[in-house]
Design a protein around this ligand. Structure first.
Ligand SMILES: Cc1cc2nc3c(=O)[nH]c(=O)nc-3n(C[C@H](O)[C@H](O)[C@H](O)COP(=O)(O)OP(=O)(O)OC[C@H]3O[C@@H](n4cnc5c(N)ncnc54)[C@H](O)[C@@H]3O)c2cc1C
Length: 416
């Protein structure tokens, strides 16, 4: 039974909008700090970007040359997640493979950046790499092992949701925040539209919009202009586990340079463009062809494996971009925006980041909520192993909450 101690109870009620990984981790963090939590999700839990991402547990190696701080955070959070959510991870490791000469030349800078970020990267002989990964391109020139892994996106989020529900958080799927009420410069409550279309006014003392690529729309409910850019990316899955480790190109981050094994599938991704809206995002034929050819470069024959699925999801980039190039220049870091000086004290927006660092994102947002309420409570989410994702449905049924759990059904086209 999952029963961590609540050190002190607070009267404040906090609404978390968004039932993806970030909202799930935040609902748990706030509940563990003793707050009354209401989480609302307009679709099924994880039906946004969370249920459609690539599924890489980032050691941070990918980011080490460009941004040591992000890389270090990924490594730290990887270790925490391995401790608290092993049921949602495959800790398989990863190999960065140099296939071209310029990629081989990148190895020394890559390894030293990883080591500076606390990531135990080490060069291994290509012959050794090909023993564990016989499908790896035989023309590979250098190989570097890193502690990457695979995340089950649904199970990780569902484990956090189950933990939140176990501590009394009210979780409502198919419930959209459609209105935000402010008064006297601070947040007062909001309007929810439930699965039956009926609207209900609710009061709360704080609101965190963890609505990812939808954060702009949710902000506009309070008259706020949120700097977020939906940046869709496509992934392609073929049947068969062509590698056991995560395979990446030994090069600065680019498109189609990561192959993630997910149980019986191999998933190549991704791409990046910008979009005006996170709704209705589909992969293009060109993206699929491009990704299949990039898969062939890492693992010859990738494109001949039985095609399983292609899908796309929108990154909630924390910044504004008017072009694809500007979108690429936006940091992959996350941000917690405090709307206190915009007439909505007590409202925060949590955007950007990665699924790997969802717990750290939640910690920062919850710290801001605590500071606003003047109720300092430490974050303790790294201390307790999470309950199984399997228990989510039980908690939801027990609480009479609306909707079903993230583990119960996958969104159409979602990642395996
Ligand atoms: C192509 C791609 C590949 C990626 N690969 C990886 C990877 O391999 N590893 C990794 O660590 N990260 C990866 N990421 C990043 C990761 O997917 C995201 O950082 C993460 O899923 C964002 O989670 P979130 O909870 O912030 O957003 P979401 O999962 O999008 O959750 C926001 C939720 O808010 C809901 N919502 C919107 N409006 C409202 C409203 N008014 N009321 C109630 N609910 C609302 C939406 O329905 C949605 O479910 C990838 C992202 C993309 C796009």
């Amino acid at each position: 039974m999952f029963d961590p101690p609540i050190l002190s109870r607070h009267d404040a009620r906090i609404c978390v909008a968004g039932g993806g990984g970030s909202g799930a981790a935040l609902a748990y963090d706030l509940a563990l700090r003793g707050f009354s939590v209401l989480l609302v999700e307009k679709g099924e839990f994880t039906s946004g970007t969370t249920g459609r991402h690539h599924g890489q547990l980032h050691s941070g190696a990918r980011y080490a040359v460009g941004d040591r701080a992000i890389a270090r955070e990924c490594m730290e959070e990887t270790l925490v997640l391995r401790r608290i959510a092993p049921q949602a991870l495959e800790y398989n490791g990863g190999i960065f493979a140099a296939i071209r000469d310029d990629e081989a030349d990148y190895a020394p800078a890559f390894i030293s950046a990883c080591l500076e970020a606390g990531i135990p990267a080490r060069e291994i002989p290509v012959s050794e790499a090909r023993v564990s990964e016989p499908a790896l391109n035989p023309r590979t020139k250098r190989t570097v092992w890193v502690p990457d892994g695979t995340i089950d996106a649904f199970r990780l989020a569902a484990s956090f949701l189950a933990a939140a529900a176990a501590l009394g958080a009210e979780l409502r799927a198919f419930t959209e925040l459609v209105g935000i009420e402010t008064g006297g410069g601070r947040i007062r409550g909001g309007t929810l539209r439930g699965p039956d279309g009926r609207e209900e006014r609710v009061s709360f003392d704080g609101l965190v919009s963890a609505t990812g690529a939808w954060a702009g729309r949710v902000g506009s409910l309070a008259g706020l202009d949120i700097p977020v850019t939906p940046a869709p990316g496509t992934m392609v899955a073929v049947r068969g586990r062509l590698s056991d480790l995560v395979l990446s190109r030994l090069a600065p981050p680019g498109d189609g340079d990561i192959l993630v094994p997910q149980r019986g599938l191999s998933v190549i991704g991704s791409t990046q463009r910008r979009a005006d809206s996170p709704e209705g995002i589909l992969p293009t034929k060109e993206e699929i062809e491009f990704l299949l050819s990039r898969g062939d470069e890492l693992v010859p024959g990738f494109s001949s494996a039985p095609f399983h699925a292609a899908w796309a999801a929108a990154r909630p980039l924390a910044g504004r971009a008017d072009s694809d190039a500007e979108g690429r220049a936006i940091s992959r870091d996350f941000a917690v925006l405090d709307h206190g000086d915009e007439g909505a004290a007590g409202m925060f927006t949590l955007i950007g980041g990665k699924a790997t660092v969802l717990r750290a994102m939640a910690r920062k947002a919850a710290d801001e909520v605590c500071a606003f309420l003047g109720d300092p409570e430490p974050c303790r989410t790294a201390e307790y192993p999470l309950p199984s994702w399997r228990s989510l449905d039980g908690y939801l049924e027990g609480s009479g909450a609306t909707g079903r759990g993230a583990g119960s059904r996958r969104p159409e086209g979602g990642a395996a």
